[in-house]
Design a protein around this ligand. Structure first.
Ligand code: CAA
Length: 277
């Protein structure tokens, strides 16, 4: 399957990045978001990102952006990639509606970081065609796509999404549908332990991040990374790990919850562990 026409639902930092890489591969993208102004903000972000990539030989914004069409609702396409907020009822509503609107042979994929793909598949009449397609932020730069098979996902669906990820210039890695999959089961305890180290006064945020950057050769430290992901997103992923795996070691650090309650969500709100004002 070529997936010539892709519907991306959710135009936040992940959905915008996904729409960009799909359009840059030559495909047509319909981009939908319920939040007023979200699609326009995503298009502005794509223009900036494509501008940087064009300097390194990538396609220009003028070549790519005309392939992205803002749409006011869920529309027909060969493939849905859903990238909305990590809320199971919001995602299930989108999957139910997409199941009604998209042709019967279309694949329905979610970019979720943690919501079970198996339960999203179960709300549709095509559970064999539902799959996780998990990109990493910043999507235009990071090469990984974690491909997550629900219990019901067919071999054909998995093979088609692996081939698509490769065609987008990404490297797919397959995982089964367990809480947090592989990526967040590894990443979130790392972020959480860094938050505990800060809360307990073991070190300042800068020192914690410097240790990870220079000691383990990570491109950024866990606290700066949490700010990039969004502290609210980190907490909701940790809640899914905690509830789904039933182990208290996954419970979010109280400092993370406190920051979220105060509206310190990371880069997107201007302040998280660091101040971006
Ligand atoms: N579009 C295009 N180019 C971009 C870009 C974007 N959105 N963001 C960065 N770049 C480019 C920059 O232009 C720069 O290019 P040059 O080297 O040619 O100048 C290059 O990438 C590096 O960027 P910077 O110099 O600004 O800074 P950096 O070297 O620190 O890289 C980073 C920035 C790519 C974000 C890097 O720090 C990094 O990879 N960090 C780790 C990110 C990570 O772990 N992401 C995963 C989060 S988990 C997730 O997403 C999933 C989940 O489920 C929670």
């Amino acid at each position: 399957m070529r997936f010539e026409h892709v519907l991306v639902v959710g135009a936040g930092q992940m959905g915008g990045g996904i729409a960009q890489v799909v359009a840059a591969s030559g495909r047509r993208v319909a981009l939908h978001d319920e939040v007023p102004g979200a699609v326009e903000r995503a298009l502005a972000g794509m223009e900036k990102s494509l501008g940087k990539l064009a300097e390194k030989g990538g396609p220009t914004p003028e070549q790519v952006l005309p392939r992205v069409t803002p749409v006011g609702d869920i529309v027909g396409a060969d493939l849905l990639i859903e990238a909305v907020v990590e809320d199971v009822s919001v995602k299930e509503a989108i999957f139910r509606r997409a199941d009604e609107v998209l042709p019967a042979d279309a694949i329905l994929a979610s970019n979720t970081s943690s919501i079970p793909i198996t339960s999203l598949a179960a709300v549709t009449a095509r559970p064999d065609k539902v799959i996780g397609m998990h990109f990493f932020n910043p999507v235009p730069v990071l090469k990984l796509v974690e491909v997550i098979r629900a219990l019901q996902t067919s071999d054909e669906t998995a093979a088609a999404i692996v081939a698509l990820a490769e065609d987008l210039g990404k490297t797919p890695a397959q995982a089964n549908d367990f809480p947090g999959f592989v990526s967040n089961r590894i990443l979130m305890p790392f972020v959480n332990e860094a938050a505990y180290a800060l809360m307990e006064g073991v070190a300042e945020a800068e020192a914690i991040d410097t240790i990870a950057k220079l000691g383990f050769a990570h491109p950024m430290g866990p606290l700066a990374l949490a700010d990039l992901i969004g502290l609210d997103t980190c907490v909701s992923i940790m809640d899914v790990l905690h509830e789904g795996l039933g182990d208290p070691k996954y419970a979010p650090c109280p400092l993370l919850r406190q920051y979220v309650a105060a509206g310190r969500l990371g880069r997107k709100s201007g302040r998280g562990f660091y101040d971006y004002a």
